[in-house]
Design a protein around this ligand. Structure first.
Ligand code: HAM
Length: 404
């Protein structure tokens, strides 16, 4: 048995993963994002400091362990903190750096449709610019990808949660508001009221989320700079004719966000509605020990994308080689190896009757069967059978390349 919440990607499905990965990389790279790969294991402290120790991810969902030296390590629950760590560690300049990644992440959550303990994210991060046009570029790319994957139901939700200069007044208003309901809040939220009242807005417990419905919203407390950023972003999105819904309740479950937060959601997979999520995090790099570096990014959940996408195989047609006679088999095998240089080929090593081999060819959707029996072998001929048109033709061995 595989570990609960962690799944195999079987050969019947793996082509879809490759396709999603290549469409993602191709489109991200067109906008200048370059692939970065960071380790799956990081010092736990990176996420405690980066994602925030009041968040569910850090408090409840991290896979933690110690190595033989007693270092506290974690399986990465997300990719943004790792990217920021790498930017600092490798002393990247203050120029704009656009990175993308694709890989497994780990969170100890209750598994359900679209929610796994090992799941995969494709993500982008851009470090070095505070331009709202960059936020717009990233949202446009996220939306474009959902369309390329054949998902029509994606809806863009947008909000701004301010910055360290305006957020304290919103937090004060939240504390005032939630204090009136303190006794009705869950134990976690009672604690959050003192350390990070914003996290109450993200609580999944029904009683708390009901109370949170009427809580003060960040958008009403934005400073001029955050307000201008938000309005500009909306202008850019509108200029691209990208529809979005302003959602003043959207706060996201990670502490590093400043200003823009967004999600692309769908109502087609039940409660796990976020396909892509992200936002701006202008203070993360500094809080991890780097220089002040504005940044923004998002990540997409591949398992959720796969639940809805209708991408097609679109691979080359398969040519299936059937040998019916041991004496001529070497010749057919030689042809098979040479054709496989530039075509999808399959040699039937299980052998048996023509009927049995044709049945196998059908099962894997072969387009053409190349058959050599005793008679054909002796005459230097091949039987080429078109499986779809149900026609066949006797040809000379050296005509095969031409026919295919
Ligand atoms: P996140 O919202 O925690 O953000 O995750 C992003 C996406 O990953 C979600 O919208 C969802 O599609 C997928 N996801 C998350 N948890 C699971 C799970 N347990 N099973 C399946 N899919 C899941 C982040 O991780 C941020 N690092 C995004 C970001 C990048 N912000 C800025 N840059």
């Amino acid at each position: 048995m595989s570990v609960k919440g962690m799944a195999d990607i079987l050969p019947e499905e793996s082509w879809k993963w490759e396709k999603i990965r290549s469409i993602f990389l191709e489109n991200a790279m067109r906008l200048g994002y370059k692939l970065i790969e960071t380790p799956v294991v990081e010092y736990a402290n990176l996420f405690i400091r980066g994602v925030g120790d009041g968040t569910d991810i850090v408090e409840k969902q991290m896979y933690l362990f110690t190595d033989k030296k007693g270092n506290a390590l974690a399986l990465r629950p997300e990719g943004t903190a790792s990217a920021a760590r790498s930017l600092i560690e490798h002393k990247y300049s203050q120029e704009l750096h656009k990175w993308c990644y694709f890989g497994p992440m780990y969170r100890y959550e209750r598994p359900q449709k679209g929610r796994m303990r090992q799941f995969h994210q494709a993500g982008i991060e851009a470090f070095g610019a505070d331009d709202p046009a960059l936020d717009a570029e990233q949202i446009a790319l996220a939306y474009r990808l959902t369309r390329l994957f054949g998902i029509e139901s994606g809806k863009i939700l947008l909000n701004s949660i301010g910055c360290p200069s305006c957020r304290p007044s919103w937090q004060d208003a939240l504390v005032d508001y939630f204090n009136d309901y303190k006794e009705q809040l869950c134990a976690d939220c009672k604690r959050r009221l003192d350390i990070n009242p914003l996290r109450i807005l993200d609580c999944k417990i029904k009683g708390c989320s009901e109370i949170a419905k009427n809580a003060p919203t960040g958008i009403d407390y934005l400073c001029d700079s955050c307000k201008t950023h938000h309005n500009k972003l909306k202008e850019y999105l509108s200029a691209m004719n990208l529809d979005f819904v302003e959602d003043a309740k959207l706060v996201r479950g990670l502490d590093y966000y400043t200003k823009t937060v967004f999600e692309i959601t769908t109502d087609e997979i039940g409660s796990q509605s976020a396909l892509i999520a992200g936002g701006r995090y202008n203070n993360l790099v500094k809080s991890l020990g780097g220089r002040q570096t504005p940044a923004t990014g998002w990540a997409m959940g591949i398992e959720r994308i796969l639940l809805l996408s209708n991408i097609e195989h679109g691979s080359d047609e398969l040519i299936y080689f059937i040998a019916l006679d041991e004496d001529s088999k070497a010749e057919l095998f030689n042809l098979f190896i040479s054709v496989s240089r530039n075509r999808n080929c399959y040699f039937d090593y299980k052998g048996g009757s023509l009927k049995a081999q044709l049945r196998r060819a059908n099962r894997i959707d072969a387009k053409i069967c190349v058959i050599m029996g005793k008679d054909e072998g002796e005459k230097g001929m091949l039987l080429v059978k078109d499986m779809k048109k149900k026609t066949q033709k006797l040809i000379k061995n050296n005509e095969l390349g031409e026919i295919l």
